[in-house]
Design a protein around this ligand. Structure first.
Ligand code: DU
Ligand code: SF4
Length: 230
């Protein structure tokens, strides 16, 4: 219920001028293949199991993916790759994520991002990430059981460390790499510890080039899930 209230407020956010302009322009111009659809064109709430112990930290919505469908990683190649893996691991109820209302649910995992509006070239600025951070903190604060983080890419990895740093020392954490892992101060506060795992992002740029294979991703996901299920 409180997550729903947070999401109702989030989708009204217009704090970042550049991103508001971009998300709305993309929604107006559209991609030819989707021209008969009404794009979401707004901030994207987190998605998944409110009782999750595993938090999957992405980057930002894709212009014609989340920004079109209104759900994290839904309706694009990144999502095809991610949800197929989550389904193999027993986390996602379906291997595909096409649109909101398609019946997909997650068990044990919740997907968030440090930037909630589609940015030009998939690159939010540091100022935009800072503007969006309170939304992330507010959402994590409502995910009571979260204690393990799987970051997709360096921006997500650093976003987790930025939160953790408010609650303790993160200097022992390795820099982002595929397969990097660290025990860190709980990014939600409270004085406990959490685990952070890093993976290359599931973007087409990585998955189409073989930089990130399904086997590589499954391995990191399994390691994170094993820790999340402790
Ligand atoms: O209808 P609801 O229980 O408020 O769930 C909202 C939303 O979250 C729905 O799209 C399913 C998803 N979800 C999930 O993925 N896993 C859960 O355990 C509970 C809800
Ligand atoms: Fe608001 Fe975040 Fe979107 Fe900026 S990126 S407009 S802070 S929801």
């Amino acid at each position: 219920r409180s997550l729903e209230l947070l999401h109702e407020a989030l989708v009204e956010c217009r704090r970042c001028d550049r991103l508001v302009a971009w998300r709305e322009e993309v929604a107006r111009v559209k991609r030819r293949a989707y021209r008969d659809e009404t794009y979401w064109g707004r901030p994207i709430p987190g998605f998944g199991d409110p009782d999750a112990t595993l938090i999957i930290m992405g980057l930002a919505p894709a212009a014609h993916g989340g920004n079109r469908t209104g759900r994290m990683f839904t309706g694009d190649r990144s999502g095809d790759f991610l949800y197929a893996a989550l389904h193999r691991a027993g986390v996602a109820s379906q291997p595909t994520s096409v649109r909101r209302g398609d019946g997909l649910t997650l068990t044990g995992a919740f997907i968030v991002a440090p930037c909630r509006c589609a940015p030009p070239e998939n690159k939010p600025t540091p100022a935009e990430l800072a503007s969006c951070r309170p939304w992330l903190e507010a959402e994590l604060a409502l995910l009571d059981r979260a204690h393990t983080y799987l970051a997709l890419g360096k921006t997500g990895y650093d976003a987790v460390l930025t939160l953790a740093k408010k609650h303790g020392n993160v200097s022992a954490a390795p820099p982002f790499a595929h397969g990097a892992r660290a025990e860190i101060p709980d990014p939600r506060g409270g004085g406990g510890l959490a685990w952070l795992f890093g993976s290359y992002h599931v973007s087409q740029q990585n998955t189409q080039t073989g930089r990130l294979t399904a086997a590589m991703f499954d391995e990191v996901l399994e390691a994170a899930l094993k820790r999340a299920r402790v």
